[in-house]
Design a protein around this ligand. Structure first.
Ligand SMILES: [Zn+2]
Length: 299
């Protein structure tokens, strides 16, 4: 018997077995193909399952999703943009398995609560800033799912002082300033010549002027968004991970400055914003938590 965790990210699939002794080497990853997306996902799941009977599968997916229908419509996967019934498809593949789906941000929140920095608090937010921005909000020890499963969409929180057009159709969303795609667009528009988000974070670390300025905008915007959410939810801890969070002081200094400037209420004096220690494994680990709890509930 085996339990699987599946992550459907903007850039790729990851599948790993859920077990006490599972480690990084057990996780298999593939990029999202332009066509035959489900075929590739199915083959990866079958590969990791290795003919064992699968009793539970937890799925962390980029949004938006329809959690109750088990349908996902990730904006970065063209074939699935209008909706793909992932729960039904995985259920057909593993007929006896319990299949659970949540958005990647919610899974991140579950992972930080179970294995990470929010373990010791009741009210917190866990954020990934990478190609996209996702977050999991924990209130009173529970990770908030929302009406349709899409709660925690920090990427589309409005950031004062910014008016960049967002892919969602709005303007001034956090993701339109601090999301990886937006950062690359902004930096290239000013003459930066790199070709990836990893290159942008690396050049920011070594002081490239445009990269530092791009991360400065991102840090300020992220800090303002956090300073907006913190009083709304009365949280005292925010954990930030993802590739953009690996840019060093270019991001973290303006982020801390923005939080210090805007989060001024007395009950927010203890607000801490810290880097994640989950090394990018948050959504997949959270999918594992989903699968484990579903499996135990069935027993
Ligand atoms: Zn938006």
């Amino acid at each position: 018997m085996t339990i699987l965790a599946l992550e459907i990210g903007p850039e790729g699939f990851a599948v790993g077995p859920v077990a006490e002794d599972a480690d990084d080497e057990d996780i298999q990853r593939i990029p999202i193909p332009a066509e035959g997306v489900w075929d590739a996902c199915r083959d990866l799941l079958l590969d990791v399952a290795a003919d064992e009977e699968v009793t539970a599968v937890g799925i962390a997916s980029a949004g938006p999703i329809d959690m109750s229908a088990g349908v996902i419509a990730p904006i970065d996967i063209a074939e699935w943009q209008t909706g793909f019934a992932i729960v039904e498809a995985v259920q057909k593949l593993f007929p006896v398995a319990v299949v659970r789906l949540a958005i990647d941000g919610v899974c991140l929140g579950l992972a930080e609560r179970t294995f990470g920095a929010t373990h010791s608090v009741m009210d917190a937010m866990s954020v990934t800033v990478s190609h996209r921005i996702s977050a999991g909000v924990m209130v009173g020890g529970f990770v908030v799912v929302g009406r349709t499963g899409n709660a925690g969409n920090l990427g589309h929180v409005q950031v004062p002082g910014f008016d960049d057009p967002c892919e969602c159709g709005g303007r001034g969303c956090l993701e339109s300033v601090a999301g990886g795609a937006a950062l690359l667009r902004w930096a290239r528009g000013r003459g930066w010549t790199g070709n990836s988000l990893a290159a942008l974070t690396e050049t920011a670390k070594i002081g490239d002027e445009i990269a530092v300025e791009a991360m400065g905008r991102a840090g300020t915007a992220l800090g303002r968004a956090i300073a907006s959410v913190a009083p709304l939810l009365d949280i005292d801890l925010v954990v930030v991970g993802g590739r953009v969070a690996e840019s060093g002081p270019a991001l973290w200094k303006p982020l801390a400055a923005a939080v210090a400037t805007h989060a001024r209420l007395g009950f927010l004096t203890g607000l801490r914003v810290v880097p994640s220690e989950l090394q990018g494994l948050g959504p997949l680990a959270g999918a594992g938590v989903l699968a484990m709890s579903a499996d135990q509930a069935e027993e």
